[in-house]
Design a protein around this ligand. Sequence first.
Ligand SMILES: *[C@@H]1O[C@H](CO)[C@@H](O)[C@H](O)[C@H]1NC(C)=O
Length: 207
Amino acid sequence: MASSIFITMLFISSIFLPKILADNSFIDEACSSTFEYFDRDICLQILRSDPQISSATTLRDFSIHIIQSAIANATSTQAYVLKAMQSSSMSGDHTTAKALEVCSHSYPAALVSLKSALNEIVLINEYMTASYDLLIASTDDIVHCRDAVKAARVSDAVVLTGVRVLPIYGLSAYQIVDRLSAESRSPPPPPPGGLPPSPSPSSSSNV
Ligand SMILES: *[C@@H]1O[C@H](CO)[C@@H](O)[C@H](O)[C@H]1NC(C)=O
């Protein structure tokens, strides 16, 4: 009995739940970036495991939640980078400290871009500028940190994960916001009920 109720509920939810919960198609699209350094599997893992992201019902909300998670992640990573920078310079590991110093400049820059993108979407629906900011956050803003960490062979897992996931968040949001941008530029759909009636040549010839 209980199982048939469960099956009925499953059936009902497959009809009424928004598309995303049924097949995760937003997430597949978001993780389809072809940028260098973009890891599709990690992207799928991160977006699927975030309940706010994976339960979004519109593309706009979906992109907003990705950017909010990106900001939260980059903010915590930056706080960690500052502490790790201090402790590595205190312990005499100047190579690591120098690399982390580079990162301590990259993260605030990336955060400015991510927050701009968020505001552009939330406040003014300006998707084109937002997509540009997401791109900058994922490339120019973070590239020096990634290069510095690699060159100094930094092994700190939090730092390595942080620098790896920032472009995954940024570029996955970019995929979606870029689509919203294209959709907002295309002509609006015809009004409900179809096009307004136009004078028909055949009806006038019948008079
Ligand atoms: C950033 O996100 C990744 C992926 O979800 C996670 O593994 C990592 O712990 C996060 N970093 C911080 C500092 O919250």
